[in-house]
Design a protein around this ligand. Sequence first.
Ligand code: C2E
Ligand code: CA
Ligand code: CA
Length: 712
Amino acid sequence: MQTAISSSDRLSSRGPEPSRLLVVDDDSAIRTVSRLALEYSGFSVTEACDGYTALSWLKSHRFDAILLDARMPGIDGFETCRQMRERLGMDPVPIVIATGLDDDVSIQTAFDCGATDFAPKPLNWQIIIQRLRALIRAREASIHLNGRSLQISSMLKTSSEAVLTMDRNAVIQERKHTEKLPEAVKEMFRPGCAFFDVLPVECSGRVAKAWENAVNGDSIDEFILQFGANGSDMNIQGRFIAGVENEMLCLLQDQTEAFVTERKMYELAYVDQCTGIANEKRLISELTLRLKQERDNGPSTVLIRCATSDFQEFEPRLGRSGLNKLACTIVSRINSRVTKFAKDTSLVLSEPPLVARISESHYAIALSGDGVRGDNIEELAQSILSVLTNCVEIDGFSCPMDWKIGIATSTGTTSPDALLSATAYAIQSGLAVNGNDRIRFYNSGVQENIGRAMELERLLRKDIATGALEVYYQPKFALSDRSLIGMEALVRWNNLELGPVSPARFIPLAEQTGLIIPLSHFVIETVLDQIVCWREEGSPAVPVSINISGHHLNSQTIVEELMAGIEQRDIPCHLVELEVTESIMIEGAGRALANLHELRENGVRISIDDFGTGYSSLSYLRELPIDCLKIDRSFVNSIANDPTAHAIAKAIITVGHEVGLHVIAEGVETPEQLTCLKDAQCDSVQGYLTGRPVDRDHFDIFFGGYVPRSTH
Ligand code: C2E
Ligand code: CA
Ligand code: CA
C-alpha cells in the first residue's frame, strides 16, 4: 500500500509546463497541505481563501483544474462552482468539489452546480492527484477532439490507462495496455463483447449517462466500476472519449489500491477502533449534514448522550482487552434498545439512528424525524438506562456502572458542537425529569445557569487577583465569663457590578474551579497581617480561625506556606486555628489528614466545623488531630424547642469534653438558645446574638467581652 506520493509519481507528471491548479478553501491549514502535496506532484498551485477571491482569480488567470471546498463562509463551494461555470463558458475546466462526507445530497448538489467530480474529505492525496491528472487529461483530450484527433491518438499511446476502442454501439473492437487491469477485469472486456453487457448492474446507470455525454460531445464524465463480492474488491475508474471518426474510446485505470487506502483512512478517521461503531468525528459530520437539512425545513434531530464515570475503574481488574469487551457489550446493549425503539415506535425516522462512541465512556445517539419528541425520547432514554445499569459481567468480573443521560434537541442549534455540549450541560446541571435525575433534558435555563456561573467565575478571578475581597471577623465568647476567646475569619465579596455576593454562592464555585486556592491564600495572608496589626495596637491576643476547604488542605504545599507565613510574622502558632469539615477528616483523601497532623504538631489549632452534620462516629474523635468541635447551626437553631436537637447537642458536648476537646456552638441567635447551651455545659458561643461578622475597623468593641443586649 502506497501511503506517500512516490517520486516516480512526481516525475511522471512533469510535462513541459506544470498544470495550473486553483485551490479554494477557507481553512489555511488545508490550503497549505494541499499546496505541498500538489506542488510536490508537479502542479503549480494558486490559493484562494474564499469564493470571491477564487472568482476574481478566474477573471485574470487561466487554470487547468480547480479544487474547491464545499463548505466555506460567504458564498459556499456549490455557488462558487456555479458562478465559475458561468465565467468559464464552454471551457470544460475540471472543478472538483471537496465535500465533508461521501453523502449523496452534497454529491448531487455538486454535480448540479456544474462540478466535474467530487472528493470526500479527508482528502486522500493519492486519489486526488490521480483524479486531477485524469481530469486535466480529459479536458485536454476534449479540447484536442475539436479537430485534433491525431494528437488524441498520440496521447493515448503514452497513456498510463488501458484503452478500449469501441464502435458507436459500445461493442469493443480493440484493446490496448490492458496489462494494467486486474486479470479478471481484463478477461471481461474482450474484443467482440458489448461493453454494457459485462458491467455490474449497480454501476450501469452512471456509465450510460457518461457514454451519452461523451457521444454527444457534451462532457467527459468519470465513472467507477466496482467488481467483486462486496463491490469493492476491484475498483476501476473510467471515462469515455470520442475518438477519430466514429470511434469511441474507453480509458480504464485500476484504482483498487487507492480505494482500499481510502477506505482504511475512512475507517481510521471515522470509526471507533474498539467497538467498530461511529466515532466522534463521524457523529459531527453526520450532525453537520442533518442540521443543514434541518435549516432547509427538514425534521429535527435529537441527541442523547450516555455517560458513565465508572468505566476506567475496571481497568486494573479487566485489563485493556476486558475493557474493550465491556465497551462492546455497552454498544450492543445501546444498539438493541435503539433498534427496538426505531422498529416499535410509530414515529418515522428520516435517517437511520446513529450510535457513536465519542470518548471512552461517553456514547451518543442521533435521531432525526418529524415525530421525535420529548416523551418518546424519554421513554427510549429510560429503556437505555435500564439496560445499561444492568450489571455487565466480563471474564467472571461484574462491572456495575452508574449512568447519566443528557438529551438535547437541535431546535435553535446551528452547530453539532453546540448540540454536543448541550447534552454535556444537561448531564452536568440540567433539570431532573420526573424525579429521575439520571436523565436530564437540556433547556435554555441550563445554559443560562452555566453562563451565569462562568460570568461569576470571571469576576471572582479578577477580584481575587486585584485583592478586591475583604475579610470579616465574627467573635467567639466563653459562656463561663463572657470573655472573647477567639474569632472566625469570613471572606466577603462585594463586586462592583454584582454588589455583595454570598459566600454560600461563590465558595462552592471557587471550589469547583480551583479558585479556592488563590482565595484561600488571600484570606490567610490578610488574617496573618491582621493578627500582627492587633498585636501592634496592643489588643488582646486571641486565636483567629480560618476556614480551609478540602481542596486546599489536600495540596502539597499548604503546611509549608502556612508555617512560613506564621514564622515570618513571628506569630505564636496557637493564634491560628483552621476550621475544616468532618468529611475531610473521615474521607482522609490524599494528603489532607497528614497535613492536619503536621500542622497540629507545629501548634496550629484545628477545629471541626459544622459538627454533627457529617457521619463521624463520636468514638472516632479521639484519633483525629483536633482541638475543638463546632456544633452545627442546625442543632443550635432548634435546641430550645426540639428535644432531639437538644439531645444531640448535649451528646456532642459530653463526648467532646470526655476526649478533651473545646466545644463551641455556632449560629446562636436567641437568649433561649444561649441558656440551653450554657445548661448543657457548652464552652463557648458564636452567633448573631453575641456578635455579627464585622470588618477589622469595627471589631474593637468585642475585645472587652460580650455584653448582653438588654444592657446595651
Ligand atoms: P461557616 O464556616 O459555617 O461559617 C459560618 C456562617 O454562619 C457564616 O456565613 C456566618 O456569617 C454565618 N453566621 C454566623 N452567625 C450566625 C447566626 O447567628 N445565624 C445565622 N443564620 N448565620 C450565622 P458566611 O460568612 O455566609 O459563610 C458561609 C460559609 O462560607 C461558611 O460557613 C464557610 O463554609 C464558607 N466560608 C466563608 N469564608 C470562607 C473562607 O474564607 N474560606 C473558605 N474556604 N470558606 C469560607
Ligand atoms: Ca467555619
Ligand atoms: Ca460552620
